[in-house]
Structures are given as structure tokens and as C-alpha cells.
Write a protein that binds this ligand. Sequence first.
Ligand SMILES: *Cc1c(COP(=O)(O)O)cnc(C)c1O
Length: 433
Amino acid sequence: MSLPGQKSWQDFEAAHVWHPYASMLNPIPAYPVKRADGVYLELEDGRRLIDGMASWWCAIHGYNVPELNVAIETQLGDMAHVMFGGLTHQPAADLARKLLDITPANMNHVFFADSGSVAVEVAIKMALQYWQAQHRPEKHRLLTIRGGYHGDTFGAMSVCDPVGGMHHLFSGLLAQQLFADAPTVRTDEQWNDAQLASFKAMIEQHQHEIAAVILEPIVQGAGGMRMYAPEFLRQVRSLCDEYDVLLICDEIATGFGRTGTLFACEQADIEPDIMCIGKALTGGYMTLAATLCSKRVCDGIHNGDNQRSGVLMHGPTFMANPLACAVALASIELLMESPWQQRVNAIEQQLEDELEPCRAFATIADVRVKGAIGVIEMKQTIHIEQVQKQLVDQGIWLRPFGKLLYTMPPFMINPNQLSRVTTAMKQACILIE
Ligand SMILES: *Cc1c(COP(=O)(O)O)cnc(C)c1O
């Protein structure tokens, strides 16, 4: 209860607390959530919404998961946090062992970061330090494909899509990276080599100055929710080998089963040199990310004889937070014990069956489905506030952006719940007409 003369917490919050990518002066309303359980978000006014976003890819098991609650409570009894500089603990060791177990075979070392963007910064730093230690400091640029998203810090922003990203806000301040055309061939279409032409030309021309290629394997997330054929990734890997360029796979969105395989790079049967994971790593419980690398990269960083060589220059305050490590380990174990592959396949099938018919609507430009990700691309920009209200009125939580209305639900969503999500998406599309 608020005292007379005191603002409700909602009014106070709206006036003083920033939200993601939002105006403080004229924000779109944020819905107050009281609790969350299973696939449901319960609002302060008692309404229950099916969460079609899994809290931005994270909550793969849904909310209030007994196994994850126990893991975090047990760890809390021992310690919530200690610095990782000069100290260590079993939750970090156990999680690292598990991660090396389930990621591509060449992954050999783990750096724990506190968010995805930081994991990307660390990946970039690893690549740059690797080439410095090889006495090739001129290899300092990154090559990527358009339409990517790698986070909001400055290094990460420099490799986000140059048009859809934030480059225009910081022109002159971001590192000048190299952008090749993204492949347009869908995951289910016949591969043709023309898809690779732009990338191939860029890497050939700039090999001497490229430290690494960074991209999101198979599914480009927040940069436009595009999906592409694994063959592209296979070709990228072999060009990186040919021209002595490291490959960074940003699996922050795609990791932990979302695209149908545990990690998306498995679909191309390739191994990256450096890999970033985050988002679903803790099942949505805590903020944690990691940058993994091969023995070659690690050894390379230590080979040089320049002043700072041998030391990877990064160390977040909350590095390897024990609560986050403990819940991440429990989340991965829960995932591996669950029939996640069947669940993701079933979600994929249902999304295809229920969203594909939307293609016939005049307002719709494209429908895309991969694993537990369903995307409707409209021809016009979506009015977020209006569409979100329609969806909430139907008991569904989604966050459209740009022309995209999309879902990536928790894997344990049942078919009826998922139907409610796709029905609400279809209705939103009709109303947008
Ligand atoms: C979300 C995301 C990031 C950034 O992660 P944060 O935890 O938000 O900093 C980086 N790369 C990809 C592919 C992502 O989806």
C-alpha cells in the first residue's frame, strides 16, 4: 500500500527507471509482473500470460523450476559470491567440466563472464591477443555478416548490423569492421555458391588484417531473426582455415537446444575456435555467460613474448558467480535429462503447421520457423504498444520489434498453450491489416 502523497511503485518506477531500448520521457508501458510459474507470467492485477518469449531466450524450463530453486538455495547456504581473482570454487569447476563435455570437442578452456555482451568482448579480446602474441598485430579487424546482433557494448556493437544496429548513433567511435552480405538461402533450400560470393571476396581481400570472423550460427537473432543454411557456415569454416582467420561462433541465443541441436554449429558439423554462450545457460535464473576457446587459441595467447602476453586481460567483478554457476549446472543437467530434442522438434512442427498459413495474408512478408523459434515478418513496422496490448488481452506475452512478431517459448510449453500463442499471433496479424 502506498502512503498518501506517495507514488505507487509503478508510477515511481515509470518515472525513474529505464527499460531496454526505451525513452525515459515517453516510455511504452511496462506490465508489472508479480510472479512467474511454469510457462506463465502472473501480472499484479492477477492476469496470467503465457510467456512466448522465454524471457528473451533464457527460460527454457519455464519459471519456478523446483530443481533450479534447490540448486540455488543449496549454493546460497555455502556462499553467494566470492571474488574469482586468486580464489576458486567447485561450482565453477563443475560447470566448466560440464560445458567442455557438451560443446564441440575442440573447446578446451572457459572464461566466465557476467553477460552475453561481455562474453563477446572477451571473445574479441582473445582473438586480438592471439594475433598480437603471434607478432601479427595488423590482424586486428573482425569480419562478420550483415543482419547480426552481438550485444550492446562497444566492441559488440561494432559487429552488429551496420544498418539495423546502433552504428549511426556512434559513427566514428566504433571500430571499423568488415561486413559481408548475409546468406539468403533458407535452411531448407538448395545451396548455391553465389551465397558465399560476398563473404569470400571480403576474406580474400582483407585476410592480412582480419583477426576473426564472428557470426551467429544458423539463426541470426535480435538483428532480424533470419535463418540460413548450414552449408554457409561450413564454407565459412573452411575459408577461415584457408586464410588463417579465427572463427568465433556467438551461440548466446542459439545455444542449449533452441535450434534443434544442442548448439547450432553442430548442424554444420564444424568447430569454432572461440564460442560465446549465455542467455539460456542458467535457465533464466541468473546472469551468466561464458567464452570458450580451443587449445590452439589458448596456447597462441601464451606464445608471444610481448609485454602483456600470456595474460588474458579481462576480469569481471562477478566472474564465475557461484550462485549462477550452480544453477547453470543444474539447468544443463535438467535439460540433458529431459526429452528436449523431441520437445523442440514437436514445437517446430507445430509452429510450421500453425504459422505457415499466415503466408497467405496480404500484410505478411515472410514466415520462418527453426527449432523452437517461430517468426512472422510483416510488410509494415509493427506498433509495439498496440499489438502488445492486444496480445496481453488474449493472455499472451510477446515482444514484437520492427516488422517482426515472433516466439521462442520455454521447451515445456504444451501444445494447447503453444496454439494459444500462434492463434494470438495470427489474430494480431489480421488486426494489423
Ligand atoms: C543477447 C545476445 C547477446 C548479448 O547478450 P547480453 O546478455 O544481453 O549482453 C550477444 N549475442 C547474441 C547472439 C545475443 O542473442
